[in-house]
Design a protein around this ligand. Structure first.
Ligand code: AMP
Length: 424
């Protein structure tokens, strides 16, 4: 934590005027906690270790001081070189981060490029040929382009590793190490991760020099504004239960999480037969199909998006009314990331989790992580006593859950916090 009091207005942050104007145009009035904590140190050129997830405003927290310093230093990128590299785990996040840079830099004369796999490389090669000030990239495509000589990192000034924990989950550690070897020793390093397990801490220590640590919204505290509930349901009844829930028009914009890509496709097909239009987004879809699905969802053309964890991570879409965990994640932290898709920017949201008997162990882990019981809702047509009785949760505990529930019929998935859910 920085020792000085963190600024609470953008004016106090002393950013250059063109950035302030862009922020006003984007409708930002006050910095978010990570922005007021991180920006002063980053403007001084300090390395930074940021423990923050998407939705906290972390992109602006690093993009604004980077842009400020790029302008102040008044250098020019060499052909086929980048001055700033932001590595992100997914294509969607790369596109979003690049869009954020473009928004904040709209009054600046700087060059940007974004590169990721799954699409032809020719336009990316062209964009890099004259050199760029800021390059946002996913690791695989970046390495491909480096190996072909289309981009060099030897004059890099700033290195940003975004969502480091997800990078490691996705097996990018070797690519990251290769990239690190290509960077000049003297550089400015920024490292962001939603969680800080020991392997991430180790990676951070190998990159950062005397970093400032900034931590916001620890992963174990789920947003208070999200009304969470769990429904016990046998596996074979999950699809009918989903259909039943989606028939309520109050669910205006819904992300449904499926553990597998195949499962996501099957849900889409099932809902289509029931007349509910949904689209899937996962790693087996082409880049254009993923972008189209996101666009349709963003514009409201599709009400329901079925996603896998990796595809959904980092998607920044406002006004998601409901998150449905069709499958409970086996990594508890994914639960926090998933439900964080709703209740963005102070809005309230609803997260409903389906749990079959095999998933009760995951439920237990999640409740341990978030430090509270997720209220059980059994006033739904597919409630399973088998799951209630299954062994992983003791009978006594299951009873407490049921007794503690809110008994309004079929109101479990209505928007807004449920006041009479007991928080423990
Ligand atoms: P991020 O955590 O970087 O993905 O940002 C989440 C969302 O918050 C994005 O839609 C940003 O445009 C928005 N945002 C970031 N900073 C601010 C701010 N200071 N005021 C209002 N919105 C912001």
């Amino acid at each position: 934590m920085p020792s000085k009091k963190s600024p609470t207005t953008f004016a106090e942050l002393n950013l250059i005027e063109p950035l302030k104007l862009a922020l006003t145009a984007a409708g930002y009035t006050h910095p978010t906690p990570i922005q007021s904590q991180a920006i002063p140190s980053l403007l001084e050129g300090r390395d930074l270790l940021g423990c923050a997830q998407t939705g906290t405003g972390k992109t602006a927290a690093f993009a604004l001081p980077i842009l400020h310093r790029l302008v102040e230093s008044n250098k020019k990128a060499l052909p086929r070189h980048a001055r700033v590299l932001v590595l992100t785990p997914t294509r969607e996040l790369a596109i979003q981060v690049n869009e954020s840079f473009l928004t904040y830099a709209k009054n600046l004369n700087l060059k940007f490029a974004v590169v990721f796999g799954g699409v032809g490389q020719a336009p990316q090669v062209k964009a890099l040929s004259q050199g760029v000030d800021v390059l946002v990239a996913t690791p695989g495509r970046l390495m491909d382009l480096i190996e072909q000589g289309f981009i060099k990192l030897s004059s890099l000034e700033v290195f940003v590793l975004d969502e480091a924990d997800r990078m490691l989950d996705m097996g990018f550690i070797h690519d990251i190490k290769k990239v690190l070897k290509l960077l000049p020793a003297k550089r400015h390093n920024l490292f962001f991760s939603a969680t800080m397990p020991p392997d991430i801490e180790k990676l951070a220590n190998s990159i950062l020099v005397n970093p400032v640590r900034v931590e916001v919204t620890p992963v174990s505290s789920t947003a208070e504004l999200i009304s969470q509930s769990v429904m016990f349901v046998d596996r074979e009844n999950k699809r009918p239960l989903l259909k039943h829930i989606l028939q309520d028009a109050l669910l205006t914009r819904v992300i449904v999480f499926s553990r597998t890509k195949h499962g996501a496709n099957k849900i889409v097909d099932y809902l289509a037969i029931a007349g509910i239009i949904a689209e899937a987004i996962h790693g087996n879809k082409s880049q254009s199909a993923r972008q189209r699905a996101l666009e349709n969802f963003r514009s409201g053309k599709t009400r329901v998006l079925i996603a896998t964890d990796i595809a959904a991570r980092g998607i920044d879409i406002d006004d998601i009314s409901h998150v449905i965990n069709y499958d409970l994640p086996n990594e508890s932290e994914s639960y926090v990331h998933r439900i964080g898709r709703t209740a963005r920017a102070g809005a309230s949201g609803v997260a409903i989790s389906f749990c079959d008997s095999e998933e009760k162990i995951f439920l237990k882990d999640i409740e341990k992580l978030i430090g509270k019981r997720i209220p059980l809702v059994d006033d739904q047509p597919f409630h399973s006593q088998v799951v209630v009785d299954s062994k992983l949760l003791s009978a006594g505990k299951a009873k407490t859950l049921i007794d503690g529930r809110n008994n309004r019929p079929n109101n479990a998935f209505r928007r807004g916090p449920r006041k009479n859910f007991k928080k423990n």
